[in-house]
Design a protein around this ligand. Structure first.
Ligand code: GUN
Ligand code: ZN
Length: 484
């Protein structure tokens, strides 16, 4: 299948990459705005001017439209939409289940998408409802996989086919689905049927489902999160390894008078100020925007600016190695997003495998930071320290004669040999005043050191403030008090 996906920078499971679609290349993470030919608040040409390299439209809308069907077949989508970038079409599985008035088979939509010049073609998958029971989800997944096989056979090897990953809310099915599409050699894999989860703020379930799918999928596959359009959750999704998003949200929100920010959305009538640097917001007051005759278009433009800017910010964060900090910041915008973030942190061991070794810095942003990949990795690394028989871990830097090794205590990581004091993460971290979580997590590092060095006797030189906590956390380690 003629997709090429090259990963250039990594952070957590996120990546900055280049997706080759035929002769065209798009930079990822990328946002594919959804175009509805009947309702073009912002035209594809304007989008291209804003830096949009790919967009998505629904083949089903063209298929059943008296106005556009023949034109699309005659001219192709690129001419009809006046867009030179990559155009992906969705089969409209979702819409079919809603309108359902025009019958379409898998082969019908595949031939139609090809005939109108789509560059990324989506077979007729079945988006399984989160409410579906296990047997239904399993059956619908089997049908989706049959349709992918049929699509491969029908369209030939060199066709750019997307392979949706379904499986409902069942993590074993999602993993199976991911493995199944990767085994079949598909390299462009949208994770499907997550819209209902996002609409009801079920971010914890979203994380479970996406992480399960990713476990089955090849790390070389380019992953699209179907229907994810709110910028507040992009960083979280990218951290899990999602590369592409498609957004109708910029337009749908505009229709409802909603103004997007990376922290959430606001009713435009409730805003006194427009906290954004885009041209719409700099040339209108909140009141002017609310009362503008073309309010819907202006809001759509602003929403699109915010969405695209967040994608740029994420790409930069990945290059800098500061994606955890961005995820932390974004996920505090809504309590349910915070639940999603906390869920993601439970996968730290898995994420650690893809995470990069060195980053610009580690900013401590609260107790969640204790569970970051870098801390777990450090706790594994302490087993490789070379130690003498008597080892001191000093909380305040005081050294005592008579020990073979003197290590510093650097929460949330733990024991720090002098030789690592300039290295990431422990040498490049910024923490505020110590808190209990941070010190307890650091004690886990001391425990890991003791466990991996049974021939060394470790003693912690502790300050009075932390003594009770450290004694409780490290019952098998000697603790002495520096009481100066
Ligand atoms: N758009 C949002 N979710 C889905 C999905 O699961 N499948 C398809 N084809 N399109 C979608
Ligand atoms: Zn704006």
């Amino acid at each position: 299948m003629s997709f090429g996906f090259e990963v250039i920078h990594k952070d957590i499971a996120g990546r900055v990459g280049k997706l080759k679609v035929g002769e065209k290349v798009i930079r990822t993470p990328a946002l594919l705005p959804v175009i509805n030919p009947h309702l073009q608040l912002v035209t594809p040409r304007e989008m291209a001017d804003l830096g949009v390299e790919a967009l998505i439209t629904n083949a089903y809308i063209f298929y059943r439209s008296a106005q556009y069907r023949e034109q699309a077949l005659a001219e192709g989508l690129h001419k009809l939409l006046d867009f030179d970038g990559v155009i992906m079409t969705d089969s409209g599985s979702f819409q079919l289940s809603v309108y359902g008035d025009v019958e379409v088979t898998n082969k019908d939509t595949l031939s139609f998408q090809k005939a109108i010049g789509s560059e990324i073609i989506v077979p007729l998958d079945i988006p399984t409802s989160p409410a579906a029971d296990y047997e239904t989800a399993k059956h619908e997944l089997a049908v989706t996989l049959e349709r992918l096989d049929e699509a491969r056979e029908f369209m030939g090897e060199d066709c750019q086919l997307a392979a949706p990953v379904q499986g409902g809310i069942y993590t074993d099915l999602r993993e199976e689905a991911g493995a199944a599409v990767s085994e079949r050699g598909f390299t462009f894999c949208p994770i499907g049927a997550v819209v209902p989860l996002m609409e009801s703020y079920r971010y914890q379930d979203l994380v479970r489902v996406v992480m399960a799918a990713k476990k089955g999928l090849s790390p070389a596959a380019c992953i699209h999160l179907f229907g994810a359009g709110h910028p507040a959750m992009f960083a979280l999704a990218v951290a899990m390894g999602c590369d592409l998003f498609d957004s109708a949200a910029y337009a749908l929100y505009a229709k409802e008078g909603r103004y997007m920010t990376v922290h959430g959305s606001f009713k435009i009538g409730e805003l006194a100020e427009l906290p954004c640097a885009c041209s719409v917001c700099r040339s209108h007051t909140a009141d002017e925007l609310n009362k503008a005759p073309d309010r819907e278009r202006l809001l759509a433009l602003h929403n699109l600016y915010v969405t695209l800017a967040e994608i740029s910010r994420i790409r930069q964060a990945i290059q800098d190695g500061t994606l955890w900090e961005l995820v932390d910041e974004r996920c505090r915008g809504h309590p349910r997003l915070l639940s999603g973030y906390r869920e993601l942190l439970t996968y730290a061991d898995e994420l650690e495998q893809s995470d990069r070794v060195s980053k610009r810095r580690f900013f401590y942003r609260g107790s969640e930071s204790c569970l970051r990949t870098e801390v777990g990795r450090y706790h594994q690394m302490v087993s490789r320290f070379t130690l003498g028989a008597e080892v001191l871990v000093s909380f305040d830097g005081t050294e005592i004669e008579g020990y073979d090794d003197c290590l510093l205590f650097r929460p949330p990581f733990g024991p720090l040999p002098q030789g690592l004091s300039e290295t990431f993460p422990v040498g490049q971290h910024e923490v505020p005043d110590w808190d209990d979580e941070m010190v307890l997590r650091g004690c886990e590092g001391i425990a890991a050191l003791q466990e991996s060095h049974p021939d060394s006797a470790i003693t912690v030189l502790c300050t009075r403030e932390w003594e009770p906590l450290v004694r409780a956390a490290l019952p098998d380690v000697g603790v002495i008090l520096n009481d100066i």
